[in-house]
Design a protein around this ligand. Structure first.
Ligand code: NAP
Length: 535
């Protein structure tokens, strides 16, 4: 074990949140370090290298805005950039701001313990071979991301499978060639919907195992011309400001009308326009798709008709029709997903009708018969929002753990701090808008907020910051009250933890992005009301 090193702040994770937090803290003169499990920067974009991986928010918006030069000099090649380009961007940022020397790679945080007497966090990491080392700090900031702890279903016999097994969230760094192979994809969420059309083109045969049919809208991705990029760059601050005023923090051009307030003809016209423009802006067709079930139904019916029109085989089309409300689970954005089912080498298995009996050495067994396979791709998502935080094994005052305190669901103050866990903070934690928004600006907003919080403590000469219990309780109640007015609690989504067996069913993100920012500003103006500063 190495001699413990001491820092002002330890940040966990070198994704977009960790990189910017490190940059801000270095500007503030903090002695800070990032502990990162991977061998490189990029977080989710470091791990998610599956075929077809790309962002579903326009790259000109899914990018940092804290540095004018950075956003002027970087050139995104496509509207929705592919994973390799996003990863190059993360690396560019790390180099441009000289962050790499302050990042310790191949270091998995396995425990973080708060010492009540010294006000210090003691953080244990393990390297790739399991060798532990300890570092200590005054502040501990988790930048572990909301979707970074893979959900790996326990299907009987998986360990006996003789072929190759992949998870979209832990994709190999070497190229994977599915040429002439019989491949299965389990899951039909955003990752699967991006990967399936690409894998189908390579594989001899592809069998998709679907538990819940999902809604996907076409991306209509395209190359970005120099002219298009320059037009945006010419007035980037105005574009960013406009995006910040929207419900999701990106430009969805929301319609201010209810779907119920217009004629059938106008409604269809609006849906058709958005469908042909592509992307998540579809959910902005009307202002009440996430709060009014009747309005939601009109959008859901529209997409279901598109699926019927696109998929040739009526039985497959029927199986692909989602029955939940649209947007209740995160809407998927695709490039040729439904069309892929018209290929002769692609088959769909609805596991509600024909459950997976077992994984066998040579394939997957359903109805007593084995579908022969060379590779299985688990596109089964994540233990979202809380999984990576729990895995840090954080112990706060009197040894209390997050696992204990979050048994009935996560409880935070404003999604950034927790009572009984002094000097521990989360970027885009549960109880903040995070996954319901464009993550990059949301990350920046949290990093800026935490920077102000630490600066405030310094100014008032305090080194111990803790969320008050009453403030936290009120915030949790507010988050739940707002969510209950929406359609979100109405389906089994990862927003609710419903995808992970045994996870408490609680709606984790905060619905209401510009409102949240306003509340944060009010909290800052009130000298960080809801926090206690001591020591
Ligand atoms: P996901 O949305 O949770 O989808 C996982 C899929 O696996 C679902 O279809 C799920 O079915 C299925 N599944 C889970 N456990 C299963 C089991 N035991 N047996 C059979 N099927 C099972 O995960 P994801 O596709 O990785 O996406 C997660 C989130 O990451 C997205 O919602 C999005 O926010 C983000 N993401 C974004 C992009 C992008 O920017 N373009 C791309 C990928 C992911 P159920 O629906 O029944 O649970």
């Amino acid at each position: 074990m190495n001699q413990a090193r001491h820092f002002d702040t330890i940040i966990v994770g070198a994704g977009f949140a960790g990189l910017y937090m490190l940059h801000r803290l270095r500007e503030m003169g903090h002695h800070a370090i990032v502990l990162e499990k991977g061998s490189g920067v990029g977080g989710t974009w470091y791990w998610n290298r599956y075929p077809g991986a790309r962002c579903d928010i326009a790259s000109m918006e899914y990018s940092y805005q804290f540095d004018h030069e950075l956003q002027q000099e970087w050139n995104w090649s496509e509207k929705y950039s592919p994973q390799p380009e996003i990863l190059r961007y993360a690396n560019h940022v790390a180099d441009r701001f000289d962050l790499r020397p302050y990042i310790q790679f191949d270091s998995t945080v396995v425990a973080a313990v708060f010492d009540d007497d010294t006000n210090q966090w003691s953080v244990t990491t393990e390297d790739k071979t399991g060798v532990p080392s300890i570092a200590s700090s005054t502040y501990l900031i988790s930048a572990t991301g909301c979707l970074s702890s893979p959900n790996k279903p326990q299907i009987k016999g998986t360990d006996q499978f003789g072929g190759r097994i992949y998870h979209t969230g832990e994709w190999p760094h070497e190229p994977v060639d599915f040429g002439n192979l019989n491949v299965a994809v389990i899951g039909t969420g955003s990752s699967a919907i991006q990967a399936i059309p690409v894998i189908a083109k390579q594989a001899a045969n592809l069998t998709v195992f679907q538990r819940t049919a999902n809604y996907a809208v076409p991306a209509r991705n395209s190359e970005l011309s120099v002219k298009q990029r320059n037009q945006i760059k010419a007035d980037y601050p105005a574009l960013r400001e406009k995006a910040a005023s929207t419900r999701n923090g990106h430009l969805t051009e929301p319609n201010s009308q209810s779907a119920m307030a217009v004629s059938e003809h106008e409604r269809m016209e609006q849906f058709e326009t958005r469908w042909s423009n592509g992307g998540l802006a579809f959910m902005g067709s009307f202002n009440d798709l996430t709060i009014n079930e009747a309005s939601n139904q009109t959008a859901a019916d529209f997409v279901r008709n598109k699926i019927r029109e696109t998929v040739d085989d009526p039985i497959t089309a029927q199986q692909l029709l989602p029955s939940t409300m649209i947007g209740c689970k995160r809407l998927c954005v695709d490039s040729g997903y439904y069309e892929t089912y018209n290929r002769p080498n692609v088959a769909l298995v609805d596991i509600n009708e024909t459950p997976i009996e077992s994984v066998e050495p040579n394939g997957i067994k359903i109805k007593g018969e084995v579908i022969e396979l060379d590779a299985i791709v688990f596109a089964t998502g994540y233990d979202a929002m809380t999984g990576s935080l729990i895995k840090l094994n954080v112990a706060g005052r009197n040894g209390v753990t997050l696992t204990e305190r979050w048994r009935a669901g996560p409880e935070t103050y404003m999604g950034i701090a927790m009572h009984e866990f002094p000097n521990f903070f989360t970027i885009t934690g549960p109880g903040s808008p995070s996954v319901l928004t464009n993550m990059l600006p949301t990350i920046e907003q949290h990093v800026n907020l935490l920077s102000k919080l630490l600066l405030h403590a310094k100014q008032i000469k305090k080194t111990r910051i803790e969320a008050k219990l009453d403030a936290q309780t009120a915030w949790v109640q507010h988050v739940n009250a707002i969510a209950s007015k929406t359609i979100y609690p109405g389906c089994n989504s990862w927003y609710l933890g419903a995808n992970v067996p045994g996870k408490p069913r609680v709606f984790m993100p905060y619905v209401g992005f510009p409102d949240y920012v306003k509340r944060c500003e009010e909290m800052v103006a009130a000298n960080f009301q809801g926090f206690e500063f001591t020591a």
